[in-house]
Design a protein around this ligand. Structure first.
Ligand SMILES: Nc1ncnc2c1ncn2[C@@H]1O[C@H](COP(=O)(O)OP(=O)(O)OP(=O)(O)O)[C@@H](O)[C@H]1O
Length: 244
């Protein structure tokens, strides 16, 4: 289980996360919705140990991300894909994907390469496995980013607005793969502005508003008039997103 307990994060005078509680059980797909600036990316960065907590606790399985000795193990279990791909430009797609398994998991290179090629094939990139990032489209780069996270065989996949930098066609490519992963039982925490997609794939939706987690509801309830929509902040958010 991935557990976020009363987490607080402050930047200067602004409280960006204010007592956030969240549980993600193996096999669940949970989407995080909320307006721009509500703290969604900060939550992912806290889970990944990229931000120091100002209060509360985050554990990935039993590993506490605030304890330097446990962070590496927590990170191995929670693969993160960011909006920008952050691929190494001097390495090919397959080299990018096999890097962490070789360096962190100490896998033999040959084995890591075979696994990396298989994962790239599973995201439809076999023909581009030996291309450099500059030779790939945005959607292909993001699929390499996803393959790189999957190569570590994470128990939890954290996805931070992975399609925000992509045009609609490339977004569809990446969402199709995420949909397959969700159906295949991959555990995901999905920060997104793709509301209709979140609705299709998520078991639960949580809504962040100015750093507070307003609701954590099964997807059907979140979108029902008596459930999430009864909350004016959520109703306002959804009607704005549908207009945009
Ligand atoms: N390193 C930082 N230093 C200072 N303020 C920050 C920092 N990172 C984030 N913030 C602030 O924290 C708030 C939450 O930011 P965050 O990126 O988590 O929001 P978000 O919900 O992911 O937004 P978006 O949907 O636009 O990506 C914002 O007001 C942002 O300006």
């Amino acid at each position: 289980m991935l557990t976020v307990d009363k987490v607080r994060k402050v930047f200067g005078a602004t409280t960006v996360l204010d007592g956030v509680d969240l549980r993600i059980r193996p096999g669940e797909v949970v989407s995080v919705l909320g307006s721009s600036g509500s703290g969604k990316s900060t939550l992912i960065r806290c889970i990944n140990g990229l931000e120091r907590l100002d209060g509360g606790r985050i554990t990935v399985d039993e590993f506490d991300v605030s304890k330097p000795r446990e962070l590496a193990e927590a990170r191995k279990r929670s693969g993160t894909v960011f909006q920008l791909f952050n691929l190494y430009p001097h390495m090919t797609a397959v080299e990018n994907v096999m890097l962490a398994p070789v360096e962190v998991l100490k896998r033999p290179r040959r084995e890591a390469e075979a696994q990396a090629r298989a994962i790239l094939a599973s995201v439809g990139l076999s023909p581009r496995a030996d291309a450099y990032p500059a030779q790939l489209s945005g959607g292909q780069r993001q699929r390499v980013g996803l393959a790189r996270a999957l190569a570590m065989e994470p128990r939890y996949l954290l996805l931070d607005e992975v399609t925000s930098a992509l045009d609609p066609e490339m977004t569809a490519e990446v969402l199709a793969i995420l949909g397959e992963l969700a159906r295949g039982g991959t555990t995901m925490l999905f920060v997104t502005h793709e509301i209709e997609f979140a609705r299709r794939i998520s078991d639960r939706i949580v809504f962040l508003d100015a750093g507070r987690l307003l609701v954590d509801l099964p997807t059907v309830e979140f979108f029902s008039p008596a459930g999430g929509l009864a909350n004016p902040r959520i109703a306002q958010f959804l009607s704005k997103m549908h207009k945009d």
